[in-house]
Design a protein around this ligand. Structure first.
Ligand code: YSA
Length: 344
């Protein structure tokens, strides 16, 4: 029996030396120390041995059991250490390496110029408001003196959403001028607001025309407002954006919702006013439309034109950006070319 125990111990240790994973170790444990192992069976059969053999055999069998259990623990610890060490070894970190630079986001040039434009007007006392891009025919046209079949509708190539009668059709707003009406419907003078936002035109694109672009509408209504106020505000606006030296030109223009109407152009920044492809060899780029609010527009929203007068304007935001940064094609703004966008 003692020889059997000795052989059992030696075999168990030999097999243990070949174990190289925790899974194999568990199999080894079941085989040599489990309930059905030979050693357990020997320990259970001690009671059947003659009384004089029992203490010697019992002591030896328990010694072997304890020795195997401690070998098991040692092996388990060494396997666990090895399983931790190998990924640490293969994924070794060099903490002295310089970090990888983050690709930081930035504001789109249109957002930047929009913020700047709004700041300039805010400093002149204008409050900023916003309104819907899907608009009623009434606000986009009718309330602005452009009834159905009026030829001025051709000035605003429109993307219609549905048809309707008497101002009930819906469209994508072609300018931010509807915000004049929406604001004056609910507020009494004095009024001094700007309304920045996206506008839509059913138009072929070229270097100065996009089908989706931005306007900043402006409106001031009070007693004694004159064309001189309009010119003063717009000159100041252009000076803030382009500096003292840039040329600004006012010319008569026609918009049904103003009388008189003007077009404001800025000296082309690409050719410095000499003439180039961008400015159509005129030296000027049209930047905004403006005028004195038509008395009928005021009357329609319940503001007495005999008492109050006002001026309004609509700035082409991307055109401002082009003039400011010397961009020679408006389509670059929404072409999503990072080489362009990263310059801002
Ligand atoms: C006029 C008088 C007012 O009392 C108030 C506002 C206005 C402006 C009017 N609502 C309007 O939209 N006029 S506009 O068609 O001439 O456009 C205004 C500005 O937007 C233009 O001066 C130009 O700078 C820009 N713009 C026009 N069409 C564009 C464009 N920018 C990019 N793409 C287009 N397709």
């Amino acid at each position: 029996m003692l020889d059997r125990l000795k052989a059992l111990h030696a075999q168990a240790l030999d097999e243990l030396s070949k174990v190289d994973s925790l899974r194999e170790l568990e199999l080894w444990r079941v085989c040599h120390l489990g309930k059905k192992s030979t050693l357990t069976r020997i320990l259970r059969s001690l009671a059947t041995l003659p009384a004089e053999e029992r203490p010697g055999m019992g002591t030896r069998a328990n010694e072997i059991k304890r020795a195997l259990e401690s070998s098991l623990t040692e092996k388990e610890e060494s396997l666990q250490r090895a399983s931790l060490a190998s990924p640490l070894e293969s994924q070794r970190l060099d903490v002295t390496l310089p970090g990888r630079p983050f690709a930081t986001g930035r504001l789109h040039p249109t957002t930047k110029i929009l913020d700047e434009i709004c700041d300039v007007f805010r400093n002149m006392g204008f409050q900023t408001i916003e309104g819907p891009e899907v608009e009623w025919d009434y606000y986009n046209f009718e309330a602005l003196n452009i009834p159905q079949h009026h030829p001025a509708r051709d000035m605003f190539a429109t993307l219609w959403i549905d048809t309707g009668i008497g101002g009930k059709a819906r469209l994508l707003r072609t300018h931010t001028s509807p915000m004049q009406i929406r604001f004056m419907e609910r507020e009494r003078p004095p009024v001094r607001i700007i309304a920045p936002g996206r506008v839509y035109r059913y138009e072929a694109t070229d270097a100065t025309h996009e089908s989706i672009y931005h306007n900043v509408e402006g409106l001031a209504v009070d007693k004694n407002i004159t064309m001189a106020d309009l010119k003063g505000v717009l000159f100041q606006f252009c000076r803030c954006l382009f500096g003292e030296d840039r040329k600004v030109r006012f010319r008569c223009d026609y918009f049904p919702f103003v009388e008189p109407g003007v077009e404001v152009a800025i000296g082309c920044s690409v050719c410095d006013g000499v003439g180039c492809r961008l400015c159509g060899y005129s030296g000027w780029i049209e930047a905004l439309g403006a005028g004195m609010v038509h008395p009928d527009v005021l009357a329609r929203v319940g503001i007495e034109p005999e008492v109050y007068t006002g001026f309004a304007f609509g700035v082409g935001v991307e055109r401002m950006s082009m003039l400011r940064y010397g961009v020679d094609d408006i389509r670059l703004f929404y072409g999503n070319d990072l080489r362009f966008l990263e310059q801002f």
